[in-house]
Design a protein around this ligand. Structure first.
Ligand code: PBG
Length: 315
């Protein structure tokens, strides 16, 4: 019997051969490390819901970032966790983010600083708005401007109000911050995978949930419409969040838009994987499989809490 078939296994015989035929590679350039900043001095407190992730005061952060920056960390995403819940603090010159950026920049001039622009850690009820959509956009624009003034390279609105990119872009341009980029969380889903983060950022909604502003996880066409709208309003890069269950959205966005796509491998995804590693259900390199899949789907950059483990060679 003469039968011909393809010999794929010859591409897999050993590691050098597999590397030769590999299509997707991760490098430290791909990663953005989320950081939770608190007020105070010498604070480095592990977050109960997120093993391996810390609340840092800026001095302790700088101390702990040194080896990561020396070994390839290129970019951080800053969140602030204020003690007092006062909205004015979110755009105050003396806010946590505004005070910390110059100190971080001084120590690590080449490190890219992205800031989360949202009010959910500053509102009494833990929501990302003040009731009115457009009034919230005005506040978000003030926050973004205050971050730009402090030296942020990129501002990242994560609130999902309509029109916030428009408000922020206009404010930045009016104040001559032409080089401060906007990374909009364009397709952010109302997800149960944010649970551990809400403890980290102290921003659980006191009442209700975020489904009146974050997207319904059943939808994908709407995600493309959200991305198109944000690009029209002036977004420079777009975020898709969460990542693991949303690879289809990443892939569709990649096909449709010529824009840098960032995917957020969120806290609940991190915790699931981290727990399975700690409990010896899975080996550490399971994280590598997940992150590679996110890049393979089309993400240009990935926000992930695994960055320290990656750079320190623990995965
Ligand atoms: C809040 C915000 C959230 C996350 C990033 N910014 C939580 C939420 O929307 O409820 C989640 C990040 C994570 O889970 O790692 N604007």
């Amino acid at each position: 019997m003469s039968k011909s078939f393809k010999r794929f296994r010859s591409h897999r015989v050993d590691e050098p051969t597999r590397v030769k035929y590999r299509e997707t590679f991760l490098t430290t350039n791909d990663f953005i490390l989320p950081i939770f900043l608190v007020d105070g001095k010498n604070i480095s407190r592990e977050i109960h819901s997120m093993p391996g992730v810390y609340h840092y005061s800026v001095d302790a952060l700088i101390h702990n970032l040194s080896d990561l920056v020396c070994n390839g960390l290129r970019s951080v995403l800053l969140f602030s966790v204020p003690q007092e819940k006062k909205i004015e603090q979110a755009y105050s010159e003396s806010g946590i983010i505004q005070k910390s950026i110059p100190l971080i920049k001084k120590e690590f001039p080449g490190l890219e600083i992205i800031t989360d622009v949202c009010i959910c850690s500053y509102t009494e009820d833990g929501h990302c708005h003040v009731g009115d959509n457009d009034k919230t956009c005005e506040i978000l624009a003030d926050i973004a401007l205050s971050h730009a003034r402090a030296g942020a390279n990129i501002v990242a609105p994560s609130d999902m109000m309509d029109g916030r990119v428009y408000y922020i872009k206009e404010k930045l341009i009016k104040n001559n911050y032409h080089d401060t980029l906007i990374l909009s969380y364009a397709a952010k889903y109302a997800s149960r995978f944010y649970g551990p983060f809400r403890e980290a950022a102290n921003c659980s909604p006191a009442k209700g949930d975020r489904r009146t502003y974050q997207m319904d996880y059943s939808n994908s066409i709407e995600a493309l419409a959200e991305i198109a709208a944000d690009l029209e309003e002036g977004a420079d890069q777009i975020m898709i969040k969460p990542a693991m269950c949303y690879l289809d959205i990443i892939a569709k966005a990649k096909m449709k838009f010529k824009v840098l796509i960032v995917a957020y491998n969120v806290s609940g995804e991190y915790l699931m994987i981290k727990n399975s590693i700690s409990n010896k259900i899975n080996p550490p390199d399971i994280a590598w499989e997940v992150l590679t899949a996110i890049k393979r789907a089309g993400a240009d950059r990935i926000v992930t809490y695994f960055v320290p483990d990656i750079i320190r060679g623990l995965l």
